[in-house]
Design a protein around this ligand. Structure first.
Ligand code: SF4
Ligand code: SF4
Ligand code: SF4
Ligand code: FES
Length: 742
């Protein structure tokens, strides 16, 4: 590795790694050099000349964004010559740029406005008429205003290098140059809005935000996107109790500036008029609005009746992949200590329990990979899944890792996925054959010639090359579950270099639902109640006896409803009719069905429906698919709704329990104390950092394979809520066949 270099910038000495650009070296000593076309992580353009600096012994000014720092260099960023050059460049940029800051979306947060304020001339010498062109609608979500464009090419590069879509280009020449979309007059792309976010001026604007407000009229709250399992940090901008925009404003968190179309635009379901606004009770003539008191009292009465007549085994609870860790923790406690049953489960989209079991057994609970590890690894093995659709941030991280430091991406998949463009080696399994191919890789199954395209030779080449890699992250989707996870982990841990692991689950808190014990066979932290010490500990903590039955999993709960054994069902934020394709007739067999939801769904044809708050209206924590815990912060209020946490605390009180919690923070403190791997630093969480968890536990083996399955959402779908997003449904791309690649 080359020696670091030491140079002087504006009289300050700075030592930086060899190869560092002057613009980045200056940042190390707190000196900001203005720039338009430069953007960290993207290729260099050298187009705008705003970043010019004077360097001793060089006859002309140099661009700091393309000049590499060298030993002994003496750099000046604030001389009169530099200031005059910047002023001249700004005058040039402003020859055609309209001075419409008072009506421009970017006004108040525009890089050009800031630069002109600092370096620009007070008057313009340009008297000729400007080249006008009407604003163009590239898509429902992306608009382009040619006269405002300063041709910095950031949008083209982020779409090409960051998103790998190449939807933008440059058309015409000279003063007539303009950004053009890939389909003559419109865009066909992933609609991520990264080009809007990265545009330094108001040339690219958002279809959901444009002309709605000014940035200083908004209140900003940093929270976590509630769609997929990647856990992007996002700033929700709110005015008059309504979300107006989402972007990761300060670029902090695990995703930097990245958000996909769901995170950037798909929050509008929160504002939907179709949200449930009042509790609904089934009366003569169907569901009718009632008060919270009526609904909660009736629910407790009916559940008590069922308990009295049929016992706790006649009750069951289904939890959510979106509710917070605190809510999930309380929900399983309600099931076990109030209703007295282990019949509790949720839609499992990844086999996290098998990964925890395998790593615990191998004494390797430090081998969970974070989103940052994915970016930093020298090699990655991606098995199954299609991250472009199901895990857009992960896909972005993988592309950046390959592009920026040559990470070798190995893919094992039975389908063609877009990330194949970045693959170092692609092993194509036969349809649905990922698990068999993994067992063959691990030497468990004799590699039959028909397992992968190319047969045994291809498999052997893949295994041999991968085994020679330095550190690696092994990432797998729902295709790998149960025993196959153990084989994969054992094989990965036996590789000569360090391997870390990620299991990919679909939704914002899929991981947290499993970690908090929304599973029949385990308490929070994958601790089996069948073990005497575990049982005694929780019985003493919760001051009550725990149920002794093994509990029914989701398939068994549904079968129990069909057979009449399960009489009462409590569903928090889940839609089993749609997800598990249960017939509505099955749920009609229940004596009592209580559902908490945001919207009417197939499952809300219940006896009592409680309108729940969305992610934007409550606080708590969620755990992303890599096990990184992050804080959800309340952004706004929604009249008529209550959080699942409030609902659970009230239900427990009405059942005569005196739980020691008054807020999500009280529950979090118990989680930190009781859930192995969650003993983390609260301050880091409170300042908006992602904190890694490392669960350790001995869950029982996966009972059956149809318990773990991904919903295979596309870039434009997200379970129930995306049905109520105008933005996600408004773009033509959402109508393309699932898995379509741009
Ligand atoms: S929205 Fe995303 S995919 Fe579409 S052009 Fe912009 S950067 Fe490219
Ligand atoms: S649209 Fe924005 S990002 Fe793209 S070239 Fe113009 S000014 Fe730069
Ligand atoms: S990648 Fe996932 S978490 Fe990130 S913005 Fe998209 S949907 Fe949200
Ligand atoms: S920022 Fe250096 S030339 Fe544009």
């Amino acid at each position: 590795m080359a020696e670091p270099v030491t140079l002087t910038i504006d009289g300050k000495s700075v030592t930086v790694p060899a190869g560092t650009l002057l613009i980045e070296a200056a940042k190390q000593v707190g000196i900001e050099i203005p720039s338009f076309c430069y953007y960290p992580g993207l290729s260099l353009q050298g187009a705008c000349r705003m970043c010019v600096v004077a360097i001793e012994q060089m006859p002309k000014l140099q661009t700091a964004c393309t000049t590499v720092a060298a030993n002994g260099m003496v750099v000046y960023t604030q001389t009169e010559e530099v200031a005059n050059a910047r002023k001249a460049m700004l005058e040039f940029v402003l020859t055609n740029h309209p001075l419409d800051c008072p009506v421009c979306d970017k006004g108040g947060e525009c890089e050009l406005q800031d630069a002109v304020f600092r370096y620009g001339a007070a008057e313009s010498r340009f008297l000729e008429s400007k080249l006008h062109r009407d604003e163009q609608k590239f898509s429902n979500l992306v608009y382009y205003d040619r006269p405002r464009c300063i041709l910095c090419y950031r949008c083209i590069r982020v779409c090409d290098e960051g998103i790998d879509v190449n939807a933008l280009g440059i058309g015409s020449r000279g003063a007539h140059s303009a950004i053009i979309p890939n389909r003559d007059d419109h865009l066909e792309c992933e609609e991520c809005g990264m080009c809007i976010d990265i545009c330094p001026v108001g040339a690219l604007t958002s279809g959901t935000y444009r002309y709605q407000t000014r940035p200083w009229e908004l209140t900003y709250t940093g929270t976590i996107c509630n769609h997929c399992g990647d856990g992007c940090k996002t700033t929700l901008s709110v005015r008059n109790n309504k979300i107006i925009r989402a972007n990761n404003r300060d670029h902090s968190g695990i995703n930097g500036e990245f958000l996909c179309v769901k995170g950037r635009f798909g929050w509008d379901f929160v504002n939907s008029r179709e949200r449930l606004k009042a509790p609904l009770l089934r009366r003569e003539g169907g569901l009718q609005a009632g008060s919270w008191e009526e609904a909660l009292t009736l629910s407790v009465e009916r559940l008590k009746e069922i308990l009295a007549h049929h016992g706790p085994e006649s009750l069951a609870v289904i939890g959510s992949n979106h509710t917070t860790n605190e809510e999930n923790y309380l929900l399983q406690r309600l099931a076990r200590t109030v209703l007295g049953t282990n019949n509790v489960d949720h839609h499992r989209t990844a086999d996290y329990a098998s990964l925890v079991a395998a790593l615990t057994q191998a004494n390797a609970d430090d081998r969970y990979a974070t989103m940052q590890d994915v970016f930093a690894a020298s090699s990655i093995l991606l098995i199954g899944n299609d991250p472009t659709h199901q895990h857009p941030l992960l896909a972005y991280q993988l592309r950046q890792a390959v592009r920026q430091h040559g990470t070798h991406l190995y893919i094992l998949n039975s389908s063609e996925i877009k990330l194949g463009r970045q693959a170092h080696l692609y092993l194509k399994a036969k349809s649905g054959g990922e698990a068999a191919a993994v067992r063959a890789l691990a030497g468990i199954e004799t590699p039959a010639a028909g397992l992968v395209d190319g047969g045994e030779n291809a498999l052997a080449e893949f295994r041999d090359k991968f085994a020679k890699e330095a550190d690696t992250v092994i990432i797998f989707g729902d295709e790998i579950q149960g025993e196959t996870v153990s084989h994969l982990v054992r094989w990965g841990l036996a590789l000569p270099r360090q391997a870390r692991f990620v299991a990919l689950g679909d939704y914002a808190n899929s991981r947290g639902a499993a970690d908090m014990g929304l599973l029949p066979g385990v308490l929070p932290g994958y601790q089996p109640p069948a073990e005497a010490a575990v049982r005694q500990h929780f019985e003493s903590l919760w001051e009550t006896k725990l149920p002794t039955s093994p509990g029914r999993n989701l398939r068994e709960i549904l079968a129990g409803i069909d057979s009449g054994d399960i009489k009462g069902l409590v569903v928090f934020g889940s839609n089993p009719i749609k997800t598990f394709q249960v017939s509505a007739e099955t749920l009609k067999k229940l004596d009592f069905l209580l559902v908490t939801e945001l919207f009417p769904t197939e499952t809300t044809a219940a006896h009592v429906v409680l309108p729940a708050t969305s992610f934007a209206e409550k606080s708590g924590t969620v755990t992303n698919t890599c096990g990184q815990l992050q804080a959800l912060k309340q952004t706004m209020r929604r009249v008529g709704t209550r959080s699942d946490l409030d609902i659970l605390l009230t239900l427990a009180r009405l059942f005569g329990q005196s739980w020691p919690y008054h807020s999500a923070d009280d529950v979090l403190r118990e989680i930190i104390a009781q859930v192995p791997g969650y003993a983390l630093g609260l301050p880091s969480l409170l300042i908006g950092q992602a904190v890694s968890t490392q669960p350790k536990g001995t869950p029982p083996p996966l009972e059956r394979s149809d318990l773990v399955f991904s919903a295979r959402d596309s870039l434009f779908t997200s379970g129930t809520v995306s049905r109520y997003s105008w933005a996600l449904n408004s773009v033509d791309e959402a109508k393309k066949p699932h898995g379509h690649i741009y």
